[in-house]
Ligand binder design. Structure first.
Ligand code: HEM
Length: 412
């Protein structure tokens, strides 16, 4: 028997750069460099080291961290912007809402029901934009986990969509500069109306209900912990940015990649759940929704690679390139931009590599995201679909990721 090469095991798009969400001008090398005080990390090993081993020596700088800090002084900060021991305690307490067994048991029926509804609506229309469906799926599922279930879901979706349309604050913009402060204030002022509506129509009714009848969700937990209304609102927005916005994009990119490769689509539709999830993780590795993870060092951080070491000084911005780390051939083997679910990865490298982050802030919603994507796509992609229009792509700073709009599909 002839020996099997990696390419034999990976017949699907194993040549050349296959990534759809390539960002022009983004560099993949060198693995580490300092430019004007900012440290750029691009290898899987260095990004993992920084996130896993130096979580306590750095603080969040992405996801509009400056804006959040400016608006939450004197309040409890949302989980994404916390650090150290208080952050660990919060994560331990919310873990029960995100454990795979819980997600499988508690949310499966609900995800299936929502996916059936959305597919039925798509069938009626015959031609539809996928990001509108993926938004509704992502908002509905995250809303159940958070506990935003006492208002009109369709209206809440539109309110959240208009809130997240406002441009975010670029990571690393010097907080002390007057221009940056002004920009933060302007951004806050412009988005305050949709924020107010979201608070009054969606968050407040959910809090009111749970003060008398607590449920198994994040808002009930926050009430129990003594969070005030404004603090609960900030946490809901964090889940909105971290959970709804990201999953919306992932569903579109996964469908796009599967639809353009019939052999991969057939394999996906015929597979068991574990295998389907493996395919989705590999798509997420190649097309990470969160393109960069940012931190500011609060203590010196010494990173090592073989014999070499580098010390990042306190106060420096650290820019971690998820796209580059995920395509690091040392970690994921040859043809790193190709979708190859059976690829052999280096020991300890996760299937999606850095797409859900790593260390203390690693995404708690990873299982929810993969499960809901799978439940929607197994239903939707079974239909005889034609791609009328591929999506247009733009970039958002809040997650340093892509936004895919206008992917139009026709049934029949
Ligand atoms: C494909 C979909 C998703 C992607 C790509 C994604 C990605 C990420 C990443 C990269 C982080 C870490 C950010 C950092 O370290 O700075 C993160 C954190 C987080 N994600 Fe997700 N996420 C997704 C879906 C979800 C869902 C569905 C939920 C909840 C319903 C969720 C909730 C969160 C929360 C609460 C955090 C903050 C955790 C902390 O700071 O301790 N995510 N996500």
């Amino acid at each position: 028997m002839s020996s099997t090469t990696h390419a034999d095991k990976c017949p699907i798009g194993h040549t050349g750069s296959d990534r759809k969400t390539e960002r022009a001008g983004e560099r993949y090398q060198p693995a580490i460099e300092e430019v004007d005080g900012t440290w750029h990390l691009r290898s899987q090993h260095l990004v993992r080291q920084a996130l896993r081993e130096f979580g306590d020596e750095s603080v969040q700088e992405g996801f509009s961290a400056q804006l959040i800090r400016a608006n939450t002084s004197g309040m409890r900060t949302p989980v994404l912007y916390m650090d150290g021991e208080p952050h660990r305690q919060v994560r331990a307490k919310i873990a029960r809402y995100f454990a795979p067994v819980t997600v499988g048991r508690r949310y499966r029926d609900l995800m299936e029901a929502r996916a059936d509804e959305l597919v039925a609506q798509a069938r009626q229309r015959r031609e539809f934009e996928l990001d509108q469906i993926s938004l509704r799926m992502a908002v509905h599922v995250a809303a159940q986990v958070i506990g935003l279930t006492n208002s009109d879901m369709e209206r809440m979706t539109r309110r959240l969509e208009s809130f997240f349309e406002f441009p975010s604050v670029t990571p690393g913009a010097k907080a002390e500069s007057r221009l940056a402060k002004l920009r933060v204030k302007l951004r806050s002022a412009r988005s305050s109306l949709p924020l107010l509506f979201f608070h009054l129509h969606d968050v407040k009714p959910a809090i009111k209900e749970r003060r008398t009848r607590p449920q198994e969700d994040v808002i009930s937990h926050l009430i129990e912990e003594g969070y005030k209304d404004g603090e609960i609102l900030a946490e809901c927005l964090t889940y909105g940015a971290a959970g709804m916005v990201t999953t919306r994009e992932f569903i579109v990119v996964a469908a796009w990649r599967l639809l353009e490769r019939p052999e991969l689509l057939n394999r996906y539709l015929a597979a068991e759940e574990t295998e389907r999830h493996k395919i989705l993780h590999e798509i997420l590795r190649v097309e990470p929704v969160v393109g960069h993870i940012y931190r500011t060092a609060v203590d010196p951080i010494t990173l090592t690679e073989g014999e070499q070491s580098w010390t990042i000084p306190a106060g420096a911005l650290i820019d971690m390139y998820v796209r580059a780390a995920n395509a690091d051939a040392e970690a994921v083997g040859e043809h790193p931009h190709a979708i190859c679910p059976d690829r052999a990865r280096a020991r300890g490298v996760r299937p999606e590599v850095m797409s859900f982050g790593d260390g203390s802030h690693r995404c708690p919603g990873s299982h929810i995201a993969i499960q809901e994507t799978d439940i929607l796509l197994t239903r939707l992609l079974k239909l005889p679909l034609t791609v009328v229009r591929t999506p247009s792509m733009s970039w958002v700073d809040v997650v340093a990721g892509y936004e895919l709009r206008g992917m139009t599909l026709r049934i029949g």
